[in-house]
Design a protein around this ligand. Structure first.
Ligand code: CU
Length: 158
């Protein structure tokens, strides 16, 4: 079969692109520990503020790590400032009382959508102590750009 050179170049170029796309997934998974959300837990979005799972918001610390319980709403996170230990697993549990929001901890792999009716949960480890900005990364309304919170990672670098 006679394949013209020009066509061969395009075939190889497409092959390289496909390999590059697969590599980004592998690097994201293995290198940065990014993963799709796997936790499915539902909640009545109209009763979020009275739900026992969201009565005690904020950080609960144990010797093994910490759990953060937060509610996302237009246009704030509640609580707006959280302190977690460095080098230990921190589990975030979030839900929304109105529309779809996002929680993105800038400079880390902490990132999830917060969809009304569901509880978003993920666990991550913060290795570097310091102050991190938490932003909403799903457009949620006119003051979306003001929706932020602060994460303080405390302790010595493990
Ligand atoms: Cu938002």
């Amino acid at each position: 079969m006679n394949v013209p050179l020009y066509e061969k170049i395009w075939m190889w170029a497409s092959g390289v692109l496909i390999a590059a796309f697969v590599a980004t997934i592998v690097v994201g998974l293995a290198g940065s520990a990014l993963q799709p959300p796997s936790h499915v837990e539902m909640i009545d979005p109209t009763k979020v503020w009275n739900d026992p799972r969201f009565q005690q918001r904020g950080v609960t610390t144990t010797p093994e790590g910490a759990t953060v319980v937060m509610i996302a709403m237009m246009f704030a996170f509640q609580p707006a400032e959280i302190r977690v230990p460095a080098g230990k697993p921190v589990t975030f549990r979030l839900t929304s009382s109105d529309v779809t929001h996002g929680l993105s901890i800038v400079g880390t792999n902490g990132n999830t959508m917060v969809v009304p009716g569901y509880i978003s949960q993920f666990t991550t480890v913060f290795r570097t102590p310091g102050e991190y900005l938490i932003v909403c990364n799903e457009y949620c309304g006119l003051s979306h750009h003001l929706m932020s919170a602060k994460l303080i990672v405390e302790g010595a670098r493990p």
